[in-house]
Design a protein around this ligand. Sequence first.
Ligand code: AMP
Ligand code: MN
Ligand code: MN
Length: 331
Amino acid sequence: MTTNSPVPKIAAPEEWVSAEGMLRHAQHILAISHVNPDGDAIGSLLGFTLAMRAIGKTVTPCLQDAPSSRFGYISGFHDIKRTAQGEVDLLVSLDASDLQRLGSVFEPGMHGRKPMVVFDHHITNTLFGSVNVIEPGKASTAEIVYKLVRRMDIRLSPEIAVALLTGLVTDTLAFRTSNVTPDTLACATDLMSAGASLTEITRQALVLQPFERIKFHAAGVATAKVEAGVIYAVLSRKLRKEQGYEERGDAGLVGTLITAEEASVAAVFSETDDGKVEISLRSMPGFDVSQVALELGGGGHPAAAGCTVAGPMRTAVHHVLPMLKRIVAKT
Ligand code: AMP
Ligand code: MN
Ligand code: MN
């Protein structure tokens, strides 16, 4: 299937059966999620790891970039490795839409010939696994792992529930995104019944933040402009330095910008240490930013997508802004 053909909302039953068979036969699994990991990357990675360990598998969870310490309450958090070690017989990718998103953890020489199961919910998934369980109808990859746990009759322990509810709460911004369905809420209900605290998870994973991040966020808002239905902000290295803010990412800025009544599309352009430009995109219901992200070498969902393009900043903004304005004009 190409990324241009319509993607079914639910993975084919054969994909599920193949994935389960591969997991049952595996002994040592390398579980990987995407670079610059968010709550769904970490939650689905650890939920999967705990579930597979519960049925006797040896699992190494691995991420190229250090996960934020705010997720330290999830069991297994301190077992996450930064590079793959030892012999594995199966690779499992979670919440990544293409192979590049796994970063340096995937080493072609060592892993290129190993079977790989991909669990993901991005509509732009490039189907890079031997078996691909892709459900773009799901609001988080954590819900796909929940489905796996239920299908394989694995006990839903409180620890697994905490990991998975973290993925669900962070990717839906606490059930506020347009892809939340009755099934999302049913999954959350079951995870809460299994022992996960919605209040605590929401507070730890979504609400609490360092004061420095709030200040950087405010400085970012001050750079924002609205043009032809597109609101955008520019986070230069200079601004980051002036504000003394060392963390990667946009400090949640794009989520604030898309609340502007005057805009249908929001973008944050962040300059990285090596001079590239990371772009975070959001849209109001009815507007799709995933295809522009895909065209620019990234991916995502209709309402939330991203990519990294070459610098300098001025050129990146000049190139991408008209593409975003066209989404608004066309819709
Ligand atoms: P973010 O703006 O970083 O929160 O990302 C929004 C969505 O776009 C998430 O689902 C990401 O997985 C996806 N995304 C962000 N950056 C990229 C990228 N470089 N390549 C593919 N997908 C991306
Ligand atoms: Mn993610
Ligand atoms: Mn996700």
